[in-house]
Design a protein. Structure first.
Lengths: 384, 300
């Protein structure tokens, strides 16, 4: 009896020993560039913004490619960067990085380059989004642009009158205790954009390239704003709850919240104020240590097609980068193409100040701009 | 057969060695728990302390292994961070005091007045909230305290002005008190129940009235229970970051929130987060030393 048990244990041990190497095999140095796509791996894990992997376009993708999708929604760009690096990287194949995260991932050596030739729809992208500075460096594409949108001013039409026209509204003591803004260091750029139009003496030309005095002015404005703020929202759903329950009546937002609130019959409207707006441009980036790189490229190809571009644009309230998506958008919801500026001239896209990671070397030759770590520290202190 | 007797021989020899050297037996008994403790508990804390003296490369956010005190300097030179520490300690103290004030009469009733049946019902009532998820209960409060929530709706119905306490420090104080109350009631109850009835009779025989007996006999004997409960309520509040996220407002950042946002959320600055995380550790250390002096650990 005893002997049999020992033999069983031995057989089991050998079986385990044989299994371990096959499971552990992988490239030690990772993938630095993806230039061709092979057999799909049957699985794909991704980090995205809330709502970026809806069943509406995930289900047909799984059917078509056999790649089972495992999605994780992140609440902030910082969380995305941290998640991509967690456990030494490789836990996730893909990330929908916004402009304030993408440069960090590129310079941190976390993501691989992707040859745009692999994506048939790439040639139909608006020029602005083919090689934007937040995902393309020295002609190398670290991922493919996905969608973009402006950061809008959202307000409750019953409680806020007259309708606001300026970002000044979220710094106005009139709305004390009713304001909500995103809990995100890149929010400093919104204050800088407002100051660039209202305080010309500061000489702000790019809200992401701030010298010490310009930066200090923006922080001073945000510190003055803090007593007015009800809550700094983390997830889009937080802001939706704040507006639904009447805790906030005005705030900085994304079109997604406006759509969701209007669908729930909450009297809200949003606008791009006269000072203009900052915006985000998201890019699907592939991890250097991706376990399923072929499925990842298939996913990028899939979400770049006009139909998925239109579906996602309408679901999230953002704008496609593929110019062919316009027709499908109008088919799905009449007039939506023009509403989301999906057919605007290139000059319109250039007027939006897209998020990018602030760096010390901001092109004035003196390398005296405030870098992202200073933004984070200052922001933490503003909201604490 | 031969191998079995050899095994028995070995076993006997081992027993003899251990019998001759009692310290060996003690050591063998202590190694597993102490090793476990060192590995799981002390090792993690040590790693935390080591991290606190490192820094990061600001752009790639990778840890740089050079020893310095920059993290601590940054914490104590910033008025905002000092404010966070002060707020956390202050609210934890307020929650502890409130819990003690509410818990004492409740526990007294349970231990000395209620019939066994009523006592059992009260016990269940105290423990009932602990059966449901912490998160759900905090969320429930979020809904209650919202501007168009249950509280303001009720106040309006009875003709009172709306209480504007959603997303504020007051809301946090209220929710923390609600959540940690059972952790105060139970040790206070245990302490009160242990007071022999003869002490109270003796107090009366010596002419002590109700209030005097309470002040000079019951309260001093129940104090270790209150201190034991306060260790729970104080440390649980001190380390929490979920309640401030959910019901706190713009000026409600706790130590835990800064640790979370700097360590995981923003910038992935683990060394800074580690430095910040060691502050509640120090505060709790001081608190435990004071609690030990009052004899609270005998009532746990």
């Amino acid at each position: 009896m005893r002997k049999v048990r020992v033999r069983h244990a031995f057989v089991a041990a050998v079986a385990v020993a044989l299994c371990v190497p096959t499971a552990g095999v992988g490239k030690a140095d990772g993938i630095s560039s993806i230039t061709k796509v092979g057999q799909t791996e049957g699985a794909l894990s991704m980090i995205g913004w809330e709502g970026y992997a809806q069943d509406q376009w995930v289900k047909p993708f799984v059917q078509k490619t056999g790649c089972k999708v495992n999605r994780k929604y992140a609440g902030s760009s910082d969380e995305m960067v941290t998640l991509m690096r967690s456990g030494g990287g490789g836990q996730y194949d893909l990330v929908s990085a916004s402009g304030d995260a993408s440069l960090r991932l590129i310079y941190g050596g976390d993501v691989a380059t992707v040859d745009p030739k692999l994506v048939p729809d790439y040639k139909n992208f608006f020029k602005t989004f083919q090689s934007p500075p937040n995902n393309t460096i020295d002609g190398q594409h670290y991922g493919i642009s996905l969608q973009w949108g402006p950061n809008t001013l959202l307000y409750n039409t019953k409680k806020v009158s007259p309708a606001p026209t300026s970002w000044g509204a979220i710094y106005d003591p009139k709305y004390k205790g009713k304001v909500t803004v995103p809990n995100n260091p890149i929010q400093i750029a919104d204050a800088a954009l407002y100051l660039s139009k209202t305080n010309k003496k500061l000489g702000i030309t790019d809200p992401y390239e701030l010298t010490k005095p310009q930066f200090d002015a923006a922080i001073a404005l945000l510190k003055k704003q803090r007593p007015l703020v009800k809550k700094y929202w983390g997830l889009a759903s937080d802001e939706i709850a704040l507006f639904k329950n009447g805790d906030a009546t005005i705030g900085a937002s994304w079109p997604y919240q406006t759509n969701t609130l209007q669908a729930a019959k909450v009297p809200v409207k949003d606008l791009i104020p006269k000072e203009g707006a900052t915006g985000w441009l998201d890019t699907w980036m592939v991890s250097k240590k991706a376990k399923h790189p072929n499925c990842a490229v298939e996913w990028i190809k899939w979400v770049s097609t006009p139909t998925v571009q239109a579906q996602q644009a309408l679901y999230f309230g953002e704008t496609p980068v593929n110019r062919l998506a316009c027709k499908t958008m109008d088919k799905l919801a009449k007039g939506s193409c023009a509403q989301y500026h999906a057919n605007a001239p290139e000059s319109y896209y250039r007027s939006i100040k897209f998020w990018k990671t602030p760096v010390a070397d901001c092109g004035n030759g003196r390398k005296d701009c405030m870098d992202y770590s200073k933004w984070v520290t200052a922001w933490t202190q503003v909201i604490s | 057969m031969a191998s079995t007797s050899a095994l028995l021989d070995n076993r006997r020899r081992l027993a003899a060695i251990v019998w001759r050297r009692p310290w060996l037996r003690t050591a063998a008994l202590l190694v597993p728990p102490v090793g476990w403790m060192l590995l799981l508990y002390v090792a993690a804390l040590a790693a935390l302390f080591v991290y606190a003296f490192w820094g990061i490369d600001v752009f790639t956010t990778k840890v740089v292994h050079t020893w310095n005190l920059d993290n601590f300097r940054e914490i104590f030179e910033s008025g905002a961070f000092r404010g966070v520490i002060w707020r956390t300690i202050w609210i934890a103290a307020a929650v502890t005091a409130t819990c003690a004030v509410i818990a004492f009469p409740f526990a007294y009733f349970m231990a000395r007045v209620a019939t066994p049946r009523v006592r059992m019902v009260l016990f269940i009532l105290v423990l009932l909230p602990l059966w449901s998820s912490y998160l759900v209960r905090v969320y429930a409060w979020k809904v209650i305290l919202a501007q168009d929530g249950v509280l303001n709706w009720s106040l309006e119905k009875i003709g009172l002005p709306a209480a504007n306490i959603g997303y504020s420090n007051t809301a946090m104080w209220l929710v923390f008190t609600y959540i940690w109350l059972p952790f105060m009631i139970l040790p206070v109850y245990a302490a009160l129940e242990r007071i022999p009835h003869s002490y109270i009779e003796a107090s009366r025989d010596l002419g002590g009235r109700g209030l005097t007996t309470l002040r000079r006999v019951i309260l001093p004997l129940a104090l270790p229970g209150v201190v034991a409960g306060s260790i729970f309520t104080f440390s649980l509040t001190l380390g929490d970051y979920i309640t401030p996220t959910l019901v706190g407002g713009a000026g409600s950042t706790f130590i835990g929130n800064v640790v979370y946002s700097t360590g995981l959320g923003s910038a992935g600055n683990l060394p800074f987060a580690a430095a910040f995380a060691s502050i509640p550790l120090v505060v709790m250390g001081i608190y435990l030393v004071l609690a030990k002096r009052s004899g609270a650990f005998e009532a746990l």
